[in-house]
Design a protein around this ligand. Sequence first.
Ligand SMILES: Nc1ncnc2c1ncn2[C@@H]1O[C@H](COP(=O)(O)OP(=O)(O)O)[C@@H](O)[C@H]1O
Ligand SMILES: [Mg+2]
Length: 266
Amino acid sequence: MTAQPVHGDGAALAIRGLRKAFGGVVAIDDVSFDVPAGTLTALIGPNGAGKSTLFNLLTNLYRTDAGTVTFFGTPLAGKTSDAIARLGLVRTFQTARVFPGMTVLENVLAGMHVSARSPIWAHAFADARARREERTMTRRAEALLDAIGLSAMRDRDATALPLGSQKLVELARAVIARPRVLLLDEPAAGLNDAETAQLARLLVAIHRSGTTVFVVEHNMSLVMGIADNVLVLDAGKLIASGSPADIQANAAVIEAYVGRATAVPT
Ligand SMILES: Nc1ncnc2c1ncn2[C@@H]1O[C@H](COP(=O)(O)OP(=O)(O)O)[C@@H](O)[C@H]1O
Ligand SMILES: [Mg+2]
């Protein structure tokens, strides 16, 4: 099921000339790249590089100053974040956002609202088809909880879980509707080693099931272990892209991470 990377029109995401400034700070500076369909693409870069801003631009949480984003050829300009999610571009946030007052299982099931044909929540499962759909979804949610090691927590209030577990719940919620592309902003932040290993396995499984994964991540060993395509952002500019091996050997990338003790021509 490994899809060959495709470019331009065949890209899951095609980003061209993207720009965003906050006052005098140019957070995203003329950035262009593709996320090839079928890849597990990672975006790395120092704090403040513009990674979260980029995700906020892709999902129209922020207005772009210039540039375009297309999703499998469809321009995303002017679409609401909800409309973008319904197209199959789903994201998680750097800080976990579980829904309060809902159990862990309900939180995961809430991810279905972007694609369920019938409003299963509102109608108390009035007809057989809705009941079947609900059972299927519950089974899928339980399988996801199993994959993230949280089956025993399914009926607990989600906000009562440790933060790392809440992030895994959010991830399960993001994938239950089987998005075409999943955007993850630092999914390993705040996770312990066991949770990070669970996360890595889940990301690989999500990717193998056919979802294109685009992940911002600080944990280099996680990124280098699972990504097939790595992009590096520094001070709003894309400074490198390639395989994990290419990136690890790239002097500019090392410079961006170790600081600017030596002069860099920018
Ligand atoms: N909503 C905002 N208002 C003002 N400045 C912002 C906002 N969001 C991000 N920035 C600035 O944009 C730059 C990039 O931030 P961010 O995208 O959060 O970086 P990263 O996610 O790579 O750490 C930083 O200088 C940050 O202070
Ligand atoms: Mg960030």
